[in-house]
Design a binder for this molecule. Structure first.
Ligand SMILES: Cc1ncc(COP(=O)(O)O)c(C=O)c1O
Length: 354
């Protein structure tokens, strides 16, 4: 019996982020299953060993998975392993590595990021060329990696063909491609394709594969698809403070997520709830949904007073103070009733604003 007490209301859910959600019960079961008894620390355990086959099943026979604690760490380790000291990373200016990692790529890895403005969070060969130049010029950090995000920070989705075009272009330039797949499962569910269709099969070299937003307590994995694109990952994981001593607990969570269809069930639910939310809020007078809803994010523009009142009832973030744009994320555990209650609250607040 634990002495801990529940300090929150489990019925209260918000739309701030998919990582506000708890842990999927099947993941908690897997954690309990791996508990008790001893296993070798630092990844030399039976769960981490078994995980390799599971990742190969999804990403092909060359794939090697490196479990890590979190997404920022996975991105930093991946990008460190893909670059030499004089090389740089081309990314969208909205990329998480550029906007939301506290400068970790620059501060902890000394990486030079070359951001590009995009209309929708997506890079294209033309947009890559805005920064991929100056090869051989000693005055310019040498562009080496193109980093894209799937799904993007703006809730948009690359098709496999669009990612192939990015990869082909990067490879022609002698560059390699990193995919921040913090929400890769949402992308696969939305596209209705296997995970490898927009990664391995189209030329992505290294992937940061998200577990936390997909239903894990914590855990992400760097998945190397092209071994020639990385150097020293084993050592960089440790020196980047991402080597978990009790790694079996990260690995067993990924096993529970990926061995069956839990990843797909979770992602499909989150995506379906975003669609339901989009339909509901588009029907409310005065609410604008300025971006396509392609996975589990909905963006909307609201009057400021409505946002302030609604935020007292439900958690969510203002995306852009200047335009009044807000972001709503759905998660694996968002229910139809959660969405309907939120949409009804929004309608009420809009009414009292009019
Ligand atoms: C696109 C993207 N990449 C990476 C991350 C991982 O971040 P964290 O370090 O919080 O696990 C996030 C989390 O919000 C994200 O949205």
């Amino acid at each position: 019996m634990t002495d801990a007490i529940r300090r929150h209301d489990p019925l209260v859910k918000g739309f701030a982020s998919d990582n506000y959600a708890g842990v999927h019960p099947e993941i908690l079961q897997a954690l309990a299953l791996a508990n008790e008894g001893h296993q070798t620390a630092y990844g030399d355990d039976v769960y981490t060993e078994a995980l390799q086959e599971i990742f190969r099943g999804h990403f092909g026979p060359e794939a090697v998975a490196w479990p890590m604690f979190n997404g920022t760490g996975a991105n930093v380790v991946a990008l460190r392993a893909m670059t030499a000291h004089w090389e740089a990373v081309v990314c969208a200016d909205s990329a998480h590595i550029h906007t939301d990692e506290g400068g970790a790529p620059e501060r902890s890895a000394g990486l030079k990021l070359l951001p590009v403005a995009t209309p929708d969070g997506k890079l294209t060969p033309d947009l890559i060329d805005r920064q991929a130049w100056g090869f051989g010029d000693e005055h310019r950090a040498q562009p080496k990696v193109v980093s894209i995000t799937q799904t993007t920070e703006l809730g948009t989705l690359y098709t496999p063909a669009e990612i192939k075009a990015v990869c082909d272009h990067a490879h022609e330039l002698g560059m390699v491609v990193h995919l921040d797949g913090s929400r890769a499962t949402n992308a696969a569910a939305a596209l209705d394709v296997p995970l490898r269709a927009f990664t391995t099969d189209v030329g992505v070299d290294v992937l940061s594969f998200g577990g936390t937003k997909a239903g894990l307590m914590f855990g992400e994995a760097v998945v190397v698809l092209n071994p020639d694109a990385v150097r020293g990952l084993r050592y960089l994981r440790k020196s980047s403070m991402q080597l978990a001593s009790k790694m079996r607990f990260v690995s067993v969570q990924f096993e529970a997520l990926l061995a069956g269809d839990l990843w797909l069930r979770n992602a499909r639910n989150a995506n379906a709830m975003a669609q339901r939310l989009a339909v509901a809020v588009r029907g409310i007078d005065g609410v604008e949904v300025p971006r396509p809803v392609q996975a589990n994010a909905v963006f909307a523009i609201l009057p400021r007073d409505v946002t302030e009142r609604l935020q007292k009832r439900f958690r969510f973030y203002t995306w852009n103070e200047a335009t009044g744009e807000v972001r709503w994320m759905t998660a694996f555990d968002t229910t139809e009733a959660d969405v309907d209650a939120f949409a009804a609250a929004l309608a009420e607040e809009m009414d009292s604003s009019a």
